[in-house]
Design a protein around this ligand. Structure first.
Ligand code: NBP
Length: 482
């Protein structure tokens, strides 16, 4: 069918009207944009119009052809459907109905390598494809998310003002900027989610220490998090932690957190971050521990069977609760610095691998609002990268270097006390070990190289000469240049 867009009046279309898509469509409409609506099953479109039609100017469409015909040129369509095959199916249907110069935006949580593939294929057909990471959950989608659009720079000219108008704003700056080519937007969103996993795990470990080392109940722990939220740790995740801890279960009257099963689930972006980090050779140890901690919590049968295993001689609980509370706060802050440092390392490695020319300060800027990891802390990260865009590690920025110096004794006390009490702190401990490894003058990797050369003739470098060397281990053990 030939599609004309005579009388087309929508500036953008949204297809996929489940919770995220409908909230973004409403956000767009509330900002004065005329929005064409489409969903595979018409019921969601009608529900949106029935319940929220008053939010702005919507164009109801049933078929893809009607949807495309409702859009002004260049047509802009935001896809908000389930990631994976559904996204490919929707792209194919849209591409068949659209024209060169039109823009397809995938706002779902796509795997960045899928976005690279889709962008290349649509470019060949003359269409612009923008993989846009969107963070902030359903509330952010409605009231202002953080948006990370990748894809061709030219398409951002047509799209940027529209996306920036609906993004969260911090100090008058929108939490949306063009990230870089093809899959970079989704890559950055993936790492954002990886950092989110680490941050949540660290908060969880702090909570666990209050509960098991200090014997605090949920209300008392909520008070601590509320207080922390007015200092350096101020962040969305710390704020909602206090809210969750305060919540009472209507059925039992207990704290809700005490009746929730302690098995955490995941949808996959944390796992993707770690897989990608493995491929890129970036040690994102904090993020990896967080992903594994969720997996361990979900191993319910194994855990049940292991309850009661030997704990060793446990130490006494900390005598000075106020000091230990401050120690946990410092350990949380320092470990959080490590998680972000590792995430930004992964972004730098991805940027180099795919030639994306990503700018860390821009990312810190657009993560200050709207997204799940929004935090006061991000201003410090932005300042650090503004001052030195090629920082070898965030840990080396003067502000964070000093913060860790202040925290280091507390951090060690927390990890050692937790270990002596038999309380698991995988993310606190691995972050501290990462820090110690990074600052070490000499690592045991020299021995590893010796072993590799012994069994596999993999060669090694010397501290005092250029080139590669091999020891004739099964011969006279003399050294030869490789
Ligand atoms: P879902 O991820 O639950 O997807 C539901 C939508 O996909 C519905 O509109 C459904 O249409 C449509 N759909 C499916 Br399923 N298969 C389809 C197909 N083959 N063809 C056409 N449409 C199809 O929705 P969501 O939770 O709103 O998330 C949307 C996207 O945003 C996802 O990629 C998600 O990962 C991402 N995201 C979600 C969040 C969050 O907090 N939930 C945050 C950030 C990003 P139907 O109504 O006809 O079944």
């Amino acid at each position: 069918m030939t599609i004309t867009n005579e009388g087309a009046r929508a500036q953008i279309g949204v297809t996929g009207l489940a919770v995220m898509g409908s909230n973004i469509a409403r956000n767009l409409a509330r900002h004065g944009h005329t929005v064409a609506l489409h969903n595979r099953s018409i019921a969601k479109t009608d529900a949106l119009i029935a319940e929220h039609g008053g939010d702005g100017d919507f164009v109801r469409t049933e078929t893809v052809e009607e949807f495309v015909a409702a859009l002004q040129k260049p047509r802009r369509v935001l896809i908000m459907v389930k990631a994976g095959d559904p996204t490919d199916a929707v792209i194919e249907e849209l591409a068949a109905a659209m024209e060169p110069g039109d823009i397809i935006i995938d706002g779902g949580n796509a795997l960045y390598t899928d976005t690279i593939r889709r962008e290349a294929s649509l470019r060949e057909r003359g269409l612009h494809f923008v993989g846009a990471g969107i963070s902030g959950g359903e509330e952010g989608a409605l009231n202002g998310p953080s948006i990370m659009p990748g894809g061709p720079k030219e398409s951002y000219e047509a799209l940027g003002p529209l996306l920036e108008s609906i993004a969260a704003q911090v100090d008058g700056t929108p939490c949306c900027t063009h990230i870089g080519p093809d899959g970079s937007g989704h890559f950055v969103k993936m790492v954002h989610n990886g950092i989110e996993y680490a941050d949540m795990q660290l908060i969880g470990e702090a909570y666990n220490l209050f509960r098991d080392a200090l014997g605090y109940d949920a209300d008392k722990i909520a008070e601590v998090f509320t207080e922390w939220n007015s200092g350096d740790l101020e962040s969305y995740l710390v704020e909602i932690t206090a809210e969750v801890l305060k919540q009472k279960d209507a059925k039992t009257g207990k704290a809700l957190v005490d009746v929730i099963v302690d098995a955490a689930e995941q949808k996959g972006t944390g796992r993707w971050t770690v897989k990608s980090a493995l491929d890129l050779g970036v040690p994102v140890t904090g993020i990896a521990e967080a992903v594994f901690a969720r997996a361990l919590s979900g191993s319910r049968e194994q855990r049940k069977a292991a309850v009661g295993l030997a704990s060793g001689q446990l130490a006494d609980k900390p005598a000075d609760a106020a000091q230990f509370t401050e120690d946990i706060r410092q350990a949380l802050y320092a470990s959080k610095v490590v998680a972000y440092a590792q995430g930004f390392d992964q972004i730098a490695a991805g940027s180099a691998e795919y030639d994306w020319d990503l700018h860390p300060a821009d990312l810190a800027t657009i993560w200050r609002g709207g997204c799940i990891i929004r935090a006061r802390f991000l201003n410090r990260i932005k300042d650090a990268y503004d001052e030195n865009p090629t920082l070898p590690s965030l840990i080396l920025a003067p502000y964070f270097r000093d913060a860790i110096e202040t925290a280091i004794d507390s951090w060690r006390r927390v990890v050692s006390t937790a270990t002596l009490l038999g309380i698991p702190v995988p993310a606190f401990a691995s972050s501290l070990s990462y820090y110690d490894a990074l600052r070490a003058e000499r690592l045991p990797a020299a021995l590893t190289q010796g072993q590799r050369d012994f069994f596999g003739a993999h060669t090694y470098e010397r501290t005092d000469a250029e080139g590669k060397f091999h020891t004739l281990w099964s011969g006279d053990r003399s050294e030869v240049q490789a």
